[in-house]
Design a protein around this ligand. Sequence first.
Ligand code: B16
Ligand code: MG
Length: 213
Amino acid sequence: METKAFIFDLDGVIVFTDKFHYQAWKKMADGMGIYFDETINNRLRGVSRMDSLEIILERYEGEPLSRSEKEALAEEKNASYRELLATMTPADVTDEVRAALKELRDRGYKLAIGSSSKNARFILEKVELLDAFDAISDGNNITNSKPDPEVFLKAAEYLGEKPEECIVVEDAYAGVDAAKAGGMRAAAIGDAASYEKADYKLDVFEDLLKIGL
Ligand code: B16
Ligand code: MG
């Protein structure tokens, strides 16, 4: 099958902001007396902000919270998260990742971001990678989050390519499921590399260059 484009998840593939998500959620959870640890944080990988909050609130034992109270908590978390994101610099993306993205482009592939995050553009700006992509599909242009394929289908549409000609690069199980549900191939890295639904397994990001020949 011909490959015309690569669609990259952001957190866990290009950058590693899970430590910032952890710190920001931890601050919110501590403030409310809710137990939260790294194991719970791992369940938030690729999950939308509001769905992440629901996972954290599984441990909440107080009075039921209204929709607006939940939105205020998510907003509070996002404010601390963005303060941490503001400290990011181009050094937060490895030379290997930058070089592999450039090489794929030089080989004629189109590149897009397909991220659940509403902060995707801010992150890409901080690490100076906005120009490396032909399109950005993120948490701001979708109504259904992964494992729904919407974010990747939008990325393919923005690129003007057919889903079956795109390879999605993901670190989350929900992201691999989303790619497959959208009729795309999935290259898995990190956590998702042991997922049997992935079409390609990457030990390191540069292994992509062996696929995109
Ligand atoms: P935000 P990805 C995801 O990014 C993160 O993995 C996930 O932990 C986070 O909750 C989600 O973005 C939403 O992020 O609060 O910034 O909108 O892996 O899809 O690039
Ligand atoms: Mg991810």
